[in-house]
Every structure is written in C-alpha cells, then in structure tokens.
Design a protein around this ligand. Structure first.
Ligand code: GLN
Ligand code: ZN
Length: 761
C-alpha cells in the first residue's frame, strides 16, 4: 500500500507568494526575488510532505497564478492579442503570463485579461483557456520540467509531476470563434502531451498525475471518445511511466466503465464526496489497475474519521489487495488551509476535531498504518471524533426548532414583482439605466491598518469608529459628486463579506492563518461553522443607518446571503448542508427586517456563490437549487413591498439554472458579465427574465480602466438582449481589491456611459 498527495497549497503558510507577487507587480522587487520566494515555498512544501511520510509527492502543483493558465502557457496556447507584451524589451515569459492573467495597461499597450471562472464547484478561480479554429499547440514553457528537476533533487523518486489532463483542459476552456467544437482539438493536443510526458520520463519521472476531473461530470459522447483516444494514444506512444488519472469532487457514476478501462496505471477517486461509487468501481476494476482512494477530505477542515475510512480501505483491500492501493486526500489540498498548528485561539475542544493540509498528510500516512493494524491510532481518533459530535458547544435546540417551524409563506414576498416595481418607481424615482456599485470600495492600506490596529486593541472603539465614519462619509460624498444614483457605504468596516457576518453570528469560529487561494494573489480566510447558527444582535444596522443619514440619495444596505455564507465557509459535516443554510437564512432574515425598520429602502443580499454550490452532476442539481433558492427567499421574504431587494452574483454560467435564479425573485440582480462580453446575459434574454438586472460593464478583477465607449457598447449589447428599462449599470463586483485612481477613473467613465445610454432611449 502506498500513500500520495495530489497537490499542496502554494501560497506559503505566511502568504509569502501573495506578498511577493504583489510586490513584483508593483515593480518593488525583481523577478529573481520572486523566484527565490517561490523556490523556498516549494522546498518547504516538499519537506512537509516527506516528513509526513507520503510516498508520491506532487510537483508542478506550484503556480505563480493558476495551474490552468500554466497549462495554457506550457501548450503554447497564448491568444494573439498578447504578442505585443513580449515585444516590450524588458518583458519575458513571466510578464506575458501575468498579462494574460491580469491584463496589460502600460508601455502604450491596453490588453484585456483572459476570462476567469470558478474551478468546478470550488471558490478557486482559474483562467479560462481560449481556443480558435486554427489552434496549434507546442511546448512553450520549461516550467514543468524545471519544477520536476528541482523536485527530483529533493524528493528523488517520490517526485510526481502533476498536470491538467488534455480532455479536462479542453473542457475547461471555450471557443473564441464560431464553427468548431474545442473537443475536436484533442488530436492536435495529445501529441504535445506525449512529448511532455516523454521529456519528463527522460528526466527520470516514474509517475505522472494527469487530472481529469471532467470524469465526474455529465460527458457528451465526443468527450468520452476524446478521453479514450487520449489515453490510448498516450499508452501506445509511451511505456515505462505510470500514468495516474485523478478525478475528484464527485462520483464517476455513468463514466465508471470508461474510467476504469483507460489504459493507465492508476485511477484516483474521491471517496469523501462520493463514497457510494466504490462498490461499482470495485465490480468493474480490471486486474492491473491501481486504485487511489481519496479518503481524507481536501475540501474541509475536520479530522478524518478513521473508522469510516478504514471500512472503505478494507473493502478495497479485500477486492484488489493492498499492493494495488494508494491512500490519498480526496483532491488537491489547494483548497485547505495550510497548518492547524499555527492556530492559537481556537477552542481546544473544537480544535481537537480539526485538520488542515499539513495534518491531513499525517492522516493519510496514519490511515495506512491503521490499515496495517495500528489500532492505537484508531482509538485515539475515535475519541476525538466522538468528542466533537457530542459537544454541547455544537447544539442549540431553539435554532433547530425554528428551522423545523419554517413555512412556505415565510419564503414569499407580499406581492408579485410588477406590484413591487411600481412602488419602487414611486419611491426611488430613479432614471433609466440607474447606476450603482456592488458594495465595497478600495480597501486601502490605511483602512486595513485601521481594522487590524483596532483588533489588536491599539485603537479605542471611538477612535476606530470615527475613522471608519470619515472614510464612509468621503466615499458617499464622492459617489454623489460623480453622480451615482444608488449609493453604498463602502464596506470599510468589513474585512470580508463572509467573515464579517460569521464573526457576529453564533456557531462560527475563526482562524488566524487559515488562508486559501481564491485567485492569483487573492486569498480568503473562510470561517468555520462548527455549531448551530444564531444572531445575537444587529450586525449591519449601525453602519447602514449612519451612511443613509449622510445623503438624500438611496443608500443600499449590504448583506451576504445564506448560501454564500455557507459556501464560503468550512461547513460542519454532521448535518446536511441545507439545514445549516436555513439556520443562516433565518439569521439574515432578522437582519433584513432590522435594516428595513431602520429606514433602509434598498437591501442587497449578495449570493455570489449560488452557482458555485451547484452539484457537478445534473441529477443532483435540482435538489440543491430548490433548497438554495428557498434559503434566499427565506432571507428576503419578510420585507414590505416598498423595499427593494437586490442580489448580486459573481462568475456564473446561468444557462441551466436561469429559472431558479428567476425564482429567487430579487427585484434587482447584478451579475458579472464584462469579461465575457455580455455572453452570460443570453440566458436571461432567452428566459425573458422579468425582473431588473445589472449586467456588470466593468471588470473589477483587473486594474485596467475601461473606456466610456467600451461600456456603452456593452450596454447596447445588453439592451439588445433585454428591455432597456430593466437594466441597471454597475461594475462586475465589489471594488475592494482595486486601487483608488483606477476605481475613480472607471466609475466616472461608467456614469458617463450610463448617461449616454439614457439619451438613446
Ligand atoms: N458586496 C460585496 C462587495 O462589494 C460583494 C462581493 C462579491 O460578490 N464577491 O465586496
Ligand atoms: Zn461579485
């Protein structure tokens, strides 16, 4: 029996990579320094994995921004528009790479970034590969070879290069021209993979991991054929290297036969998300295939239940023998916080039931030992697991009772949208194409320092609040000056849209260093839901009330929705996710009412993550959507008709879920669309989406300032698709990651674009 890991967090336990990349972008450090930081992180990660006793250790899982973008660069899939970046004499491959990720607006060039979207059902964002009709591929980057070389020096034969598999790579991208299907590019792509694998083999690699998470999704016949073609071609051209195909996040289900019959050495399956798939896999498994059992949850923070894992391990051992088995985390540990040992403030009773990436590696090694008969470890683990599930800190009967007592009417607004809309028009008297923002304004170093000094006790409540008040007043004045219609308070008092609420709700705990990469240098520190959730007091009323009093314009109250709070937290695994979500929904409902009572007429409940929570398999989707939409409606349902409820969603494909989005019945929805050039709006158009909608016209994930004409063009596109009177004008998302100069310039342009659009009506 062997052990392996599929991928390790690359930001560094102190977020070294984030800091170094941002300094490099700001021109403050050299590329050599950035590379040194990277080398150190890799070396530490590898050491951690050796020390834990892992047999096959990933390399090339490190990335300066995103592993899918790395793959595009490796394969020479670089959209033509980036060619001028390399013509700037001081630029090299890394600058090109960052230009693709972030856009490029200097040296007289103005190039948009590539599209970014969420990786399967995670909150990790990847850079979407672009494909054209005459697409060619060739090896274009030495990174994977250099990484393997480095890894080999430290890890010897334990080093296992990791690469996104060809079919999942194609599936994760999109066609940039009409008239072809990107999956057909597989024939051009596979020879390059063969070359890559051959080179790695020549360097000494005995294993290579090809991630094919598309195997846990509903595949078309063409995609299935592409998978067969890929792995048969690879096996015909290469021998003597073990190919591991890795799947994760759901079950192989109807792709089981296909997957187990691929001519590869080993298959990795996720037995945390989909333990039910094991029986079928074991009944189909050919005699030569090794099976990697993903039994340690790479997506959550709880200690592994050894007894449960052992049952899966033993069942497999009986069927195929332990020498054909590999024990592993369920997926790459990229999605876990790094090291629980760095946490000093978590309640010890709860902490004793937790494990982060580093601890998960130990669990993998311990599970092997348990499977080989070490029952002391099993008993110790059992005690920790029992302790957590019976802790009185976890259970609040009143909360459970309130969820059971919820009714259908609790999830209904008083009147239908047309009635509410009329009341809103009378109340707010907004122009056509009303302008607004999504909530946050730049979180400058000053603002961050303010919050951290307050947290450390270096500022009194009065000092802190008056400084936040000042920032809020300034941003309100500025919004008035440039002529925005519906204002926001700027969210300066918030560290993060989920953490801020979690901190004020019972049932949540927080880490000090539990960072997880979200995209590029951006990391999130998800709260941990360990118990039943309730709201001891108002959470946002103080700031919304203050802000509303500063202006005659409407001021939006800003809340985070129940599904997003759930989705962006680590969630307890001892009850269904929907139960936890309903508990949050009731808490938000109370907050919505408190805002309404305080006179706030427009309340935005962000549900940035609804789409991301969608199960990968269609068969599981409607169950999820039903409870997710219900949770939103519970949160929003109690207000008067006169109150306008907004919601906001980030990166989403709305195609198959549009009727559920409509069922949320928000008066206004704002969505991310600008990087996709309004493509995402087509789902709304096709559905004749009846409520109001603000398709983002300004990509806030890039520092680039869009020109007025660019935004008027997007608005014109939107107005072709939906009635102009239903449209709002806003950025794609909140502005907290941006700097002030670009934000000001972009929003001034946005207001100008809205004014021009009004003239056309
Ligand atoms: N209101 C939040 C903000 O503006 C929304 C962020 C999000 O959707 N990710 O920051
Ligand atoms: Zn957003």
């Amino acid at each position: 029996m062997q052990t392996q890991n599929l991928g390790y967090p690359r930001i560094g336990s102190q977020r070294q990579l984030k800091k170094a990349s941002e300094q490099y972008w700001a021109g403050k450090i050299s590329q050599e320094t950035l590379f040194e930081v990277a080398a150190k992180i890799k070396e530490e990660n590898w050491k951690t994995q050796i020390d834990a006793g892992i047999d096959l250790i990933p390399c090339n899982d490190f990335s300066f921004y995103d592993q899918v973008l790395d793959t595009s660069l490796l394969l020479g899939n670089i959209p033509d528009r980036y060619a001028p970046v390399l013509q700037v004499p001081s630029n090299n491959e890394l600058d090109l790479y960052f230009a693709m990720a972030r856009g490029y607006q200097k040296d007289g060039l103005d190039i948009t970034a590539m599209e970014m979207t969420k990786w399967l059902d995670t909150n990790y964002h990847y850079i979407v590969p672009e494909f054209t009709t005459n697409q060619e591929f060739s090896i274009n980057s030495e990174k994977i070879f250099n990484d393997y070389h480095e890894a080999r020096q430290q890890l010897r034969d334990k080093a296992k290069p990791v690469l996104l598999g060809p079919v999942s790579y194609l599936v994760s991208g999109k066609e940039k021209e009409p008239g072809f299907d990107r999956i057909e590019l597989v024939e051009k792509l596979v020879p390059v993979y063969v070359e890559i694998i051959t080179r790695l083999q020549q360097q000494g690699a005995a294993w290579i991991q090809l991630d094919e998470p598309c195997l846990v999704t509903d595949l078309s016949q063409k995609e299935k054929d592409a998978l067969k073609y890929t792995y048969h071609t690879i096996s015909q051209n290469i021998s003597g290297i073990n190919i591991l195909v890795a799947t994760y996040f759901d079950s192989l289900a109807d792709n089981t036969e296909l997957a187990v019959n691929l001519p590869v050495a080993a298959l990795h399956i996720d037995l945390v998300r989909a333990p039910e798939q094991l029986d079928e896999i074991l009944s189909f498994i050919p005699e030569t295939l090794q099976l990697s059992l993903g039994v340690v949850d790479g997506r959550n923070v709880w200690k592994n239940n050894y007894e449960k894992s052992l049952a899966l391990i033993q069942k497999t051992a009986e069927k195929i023998g332990s020498d054909r088995m590999i024990i592993a985390p369920s997926c790459s540990l990229l999605h876990s916080p790094i090291d629980l040992d760095l946490e000093t403030t978590i309640d010890t009773e709860i902490k004793n039931g937790m494990a982060f990436a580093k601890q998960k590696l130990t669990e993998v090694a311990e599970l092997k030992s348990v499977a080989e008969g070490n029952y002391v470890l099993l008993e110790l683990n059992k005690a920790a697991i029992d302790n957590r599930s019976s802790s009185p800190k976890v259970h609040q009967q009143a909360v459970k009772d309130r969820v059971s007592a919820m009714t259908e009417t609790d999830a209904m607004r008083q009147s239908a949208f047309p009635v509410r809309r009329k009341l809103h028009n009378e109340r707010f008297k907004l122009p056509p194409f009303p302008t607004t923002t999504i909530g946050s304004f730049p979180q400058t170093d000053d603002i961050r320092q303010l919050r951290s000094r307050f947290k450390k006790g270096a500022l009194t409540v009065a000092e802190y609040e008056s400084a936040i008040e000042q920032a809020t007043v300034e941003v309100i004045r500025w919004q008035e000056e440039i002529g925005l219609d519906v204002l926001v308070h700027g969210e300066f008092e918030r560290n993060d849209m989920v953490e801020y609420f979690g901190e004020q709700l019972d049932g949540f705990l927080f880490t000090q260093k539990g960072w997880v990469q979200s995209y590029g240098s951006r990391c999130v520190k998800p709260p941990i839901i360990y118990g039943d959730i309730s709201r001891p007091q108002d959470m946002t009323v103080r700031w919304s009330k203050f802000a509303a009093a500063q202006t005659d314009k409407p001021m939006k109250g800003m809340l985070t929705g129940p599904v997003t709070i759930l989705q962006w937290s680590f969630v307890r695994d001892d009850q269904p996710r929907e139960q936890t979500t309903y508990q949050i929904a009731l808490a938000i409902r109370d907050e919505v009412l408190a805002l309404e009572t305080a006179g706030i007429g427009i309340i935005q409940i962000d549900e940035a993550a609804i789409r991301e929570g969608l199960p990968l398999r269609q068969s599981k989707q409607s169950h999820y959507l039903n409870w997710a939409v219900k949770a939103f409606r519970i949160a929003a349902g109690a207000v008067q008709d006169q109150t306008q409820v907004h919601t906001h969603m980030c990166y989403s494909e709305f195609n198959n879920i549009i009727e559920h989005i409509a069922a949320m019945d928000a008066d206004v929805i704002t969505i991310e669309t600008s990087r996709s050039q309004m493509e995402l709006l087509q789902a709304f158009a096709g559905f004749h989406y009846p409520n109001e909608i603000g398709p983002g016209v300004y990509d806030i994930h890039s520092p680039r300032v869009p020109a007025i004409e660019e935004m008027t063009a997007l608005l014109a596109k939107a107005a072709d698709l939906l009635p102009a009177r239903n449209l709002w004008v806003n950025p794609d998302c909140g502005l907290k990651t941006r700097k002030w100069p670009e934000t000001k310039a972009a929003l001034e342009n946005m207001v100008a674009a809205a004014r021009q659009a009004r003239e056309l009506i």
